[in-house]
Design a protein around this ligand. Structure first.
Ligand code: ITT
Length: 182
């Protein structure tokens, strides 16, 4: 199976799960235009349509957004832009004095045999007031999953995968890929 992403951290997290499932995974870095849409589902779908114009093998990609209800869902589909501009510290300032609950959503789009299928995963939690940890990427140092005392950046890849938005979406994808063998 091929994973299309420009993000090394995504490949590391996802390949750890494919390794356990004993499914070979190849990382492809394909340049394509990421069309701005209102939802993570649509960004993922439209990106998949763009990539399959050039890539005719089976592949998947994913889009992830961090949604803060107190900010009307922002940054959501603008998460990459917010991470690259104001970063997690800027996000902390935006939620200061507000309800801090947030959730990550990952939507995988799988292009296989001419069709596109989607697999999703959500992780609920809160934006912490202190940044902690040095593993992971993006907003991980300030994301405290519900029921946990550690931020995502204080967890190793296996622990993050067990509970994360991406881990849940990848687990659904792997289940589907395994089901095709029977
Ligand atoms: P692609 O090439 O796969 O699109 P990307 O880095 O542009 O890689 P996204 O648009 O899906 O990925 O991600 C939006 C941003 O959300 C990303 O830049 C991170 O800052 C953040 N993000 C995504 N997944 C995250 C995670 O598991 N933990 C923390 N931050 C995350």
């Amino acid at each position: 199976m091929i994973l299309v992403t420009s993000n090394r951290h995504k490949f590391e997290e996802i390949s750890a799960m494919f390794r356990i499932a004993e499914i070979p995974l190849e990382w492809k870095h394909v340049k394509y235009e990421e069309i701005q849409e209102d939802t993570t589902e649509m960004i993922s779908y439209r990106s998949c349509v763009e990539v399959r114009k050039d890539l005719h093998d089976d592949f998947f990609l994913e889009d992830t957004g961090l949604y803060v209800p107190a900010l009307h869902g922002f940054p959501g589909p603008y998460s990459a832009y917010v991470n690259n501009t104001i970063g997690y510290a800027g996000l902390q300032r935006l939620v200061d004095g507000k309800e801090r609950t947030a959730y990550f959503k990952t939507v995988i789009s799988l292009s296989m045999n001419g069709a596109i299928m989607q697999f999703g995963g959500v992780l609920k939690g809160a934006i912490s007031d202190q940044a902690k940890g040095s593993t992971g990427f993006g907003f991980d140092p300030v994301f405290l999953p519900d029921g946990e005392v550690l931020t995502l950046a204080e967890m190793d890849v296996e622990t993050k995968n067990r509970l994360s938005h991406r881990g849940r979406a990848v687990s659904a994808l792997i289940k589907y890929l395994i089901s095709l063998k029977f």
